[in-house]
Write a protein that binds this ligand. Structure first.
Ligand code: CDP
Ligand code: CDP
Length: 223
């Protein structure tokens, strides 16, 4: 059965999932869940505790069982706490971005986070965004969108944000990092990044945020 009032938005890094999902949720009065923040939280925890993606199953079990990580759904998005410390900003740092795909391809990590994501989506009226929401987490979602853009455009968007936060990164390097993350996310064995057969694909390369939001809201309103 199809779950009414459930919207899944997937796509690669920098395609505009978070920005668009938040705006769509606001305009419909739906809750918004950014699942990437959860993978970033696990990654930060691993980096801080010295547990690497290549470590033994036992160490990784320790990582995913850790009760030190808390997720709190709020109006501005998901807040992430590590040992009581608010790490909502820290999980966005470029170092975490470079590591996250290696943690996200570990099956036990995906299993634990997928269950948590389904718990956050028990009530209807939700916009959830990530890589595998329409394909694996909420395959019965009423609406599925896959937003994408060229790697160059996505890197430019990310560079602009990072510059505003005071980071100095090179565009070519960012393009390479984004392509590498796409490659790992698309080729992993469990729930890889791919387009769900019933998803509406939106190429946002030449679109503004307003245009993408309007397309999604119109599609949702028409069915
Ligand atoms: O914000 P950005 O697009 O850079 O990435 P994100 O949405 O925060 O996701 C970070 C990483 O988490 C992705 O590159 C994936 O490796 C992983 N991820 C995933 O595997 N499955 C999801 N549903 C969401 C994120
Ligand atoms: O979540 P994801 O990594 O897919 O993207 P994001 O974190 O929402 O970042 C996308 C950035 O590109 C934001 O700074 C948006 O303002 C900008 N942008 C967009 O999202 N959509 C467009 N059509 C054009 C620009």
């Amino acid at each position: 059965a199809i779950r009414r009032g459930v919207i899944a938005i997937d796509g690669p890094a920098g395609a505009g999932k978070s920005t668009v999902a938040k705006r769509v949720a606001d305009s419909l009065g739906f809750a918004y869940v950014d699942t990437g923040a959860m993978y970033r939280g696990i990654t930060l925890l691993g980096m801080r505790t010295g547990i690497a993606p290549s470590d033994s199953g036992e160490k990784l079990t320790e990582l995913v069982r850790s009760a030190e990580l808390k997720f709190e759904a709020g109006s501005g998005g998901l807040r992430v706490y590590l040992n009581g410390e608010d790490v909502t900003r820290a999980i966005r740092e470029p170092d975490v971005s470079r590591q996250v795909s290696y943690y996200a391809r570990i099956p036990s990590v995906r299993q634990v986070l997928t269950l948590l994501q389904r718990e956050l989506a028990v009530a209807d009226g939700i916009v959830m965004e990530g890589r595998d929401i329409g394909t694996a987490v909420l395959p019965d979602a009423e609406h599925k969108f896959f937003v994408t853009a060229t790697p160059l455009e996505r890197a430019k968007r990310r560079l602009k944000e990072l510059n505003q936060e005071g980071y100095r990164l090179d565009l070519d390097q960012l393009v390479r990092e984004i392509e590498e993350r796409d490659r790992i996310d698309s080729s992993r064995s469990v729930a890889p990044l791919c387009v769900a057969p019933d998803a509406v694909v939106i190429d946002t390369t030449d679109l503004t945020v307003d245009e993408v939001v309007a397309m999604i809201v119109a599609k949702v309103g028409n069915t």
